[in-house]
Write a protein that binds this ligand. Structure first.
Ligand code: SF4
Length: 146
C-alpha cells in the first residue's frame, strides 16, 4: 500500500490559521486505498487559530515571517518537518496544500522584505524538506486533476 503524507487541513482537520479546514472530497476519494499520514506544522507549532505568515526572501534564505509581529517563525516549522520525515522514513508521496507557505509544493508565494511578490511557484518550508529528502511531492490541486 502506498504511504501518502498529506496536509491535515485537506482531510478536514480545522487547523488553518482561522481554525477552519480545506477538506477536499474529490481528493479524498482519489486517495481511497492509500495509507494516509497527516501533518500540520503550523498547528503543531502555533495552534489554531493563529496569525498568518508569509514566505519571505531574506539574506539568510527563505523564511516564514509573521504578518502580525514580523518575527521569523521558520525554526519550529522546519524542526517539525525534520522530525516528521525522520519518523516516517518510507513516505511514497507528499501531497501539500497548494499556496501554503509551509505545505505548498510549487505554488507558495514568495515576497521580498518590502512585501513585493517575487514568485508564486515556490515550495513552502515543509515541502522543501520533503524535496531535500527526495520524496515525490505534488500540490493537492495538481493531484486532483491528473
Ligand atoms: S496548509 Fe499545512 S500548515 Fe496550513 S493548515 Fe494545512 S496542513 Fe497546516
Amino acid at each position: 500500500m502506498k504511504k501518502v503524507a498529506i496536509s491535515a487541513c485537506l482531510m478536514g482537520k480545522k487547523c488553518r490559521y482561522d481554525a477552519t479546514d480545506n477538506h477536499n472530497a474529490t481528493l479524498m476519494s482519489k486517495l481511497e486505498g492509500y495509507e494516509l499520514i497527516s501533518f500540520c506544522p503550523e498547528d503543531h507549532a502555533f495552534g489554531s487559530p493563529r496569525p498568518t505568515m508569509d514566505l519571505v526572501q531574506t539574506k539568510e534564505g527563505q523564511k516564514a515571517i509573521s504578518n502580525m509581529t514580523g518575527e521569523d517563525l521558520s525554526a519550529p516549522v522546519v524542526q517539525y518537518a525534520r522530525d516528521f520525515f525522520d519518523k516516517h522514513t518510507d513516505i511514497d508521496l507528499f501531497i501539500g496544500k497548494d499556496r501554503s507557505p509551509s505545505c505548498g509544493v510549487c505554488s507558495a508565494k514568495l515576497y521580498d522584505l518590502k512585501k513585493n511578490l517575487i514568485s508564486d511557484k515556490e515550495a513552502g518550508l515543509m515541502a522543501k524538506e520533503a524535496k531535500i529528502r527526495d520524496i515525490t511531492v505534488i500540490d493537492a490541486e495538481v493531484f486532483v486533476i491528473q
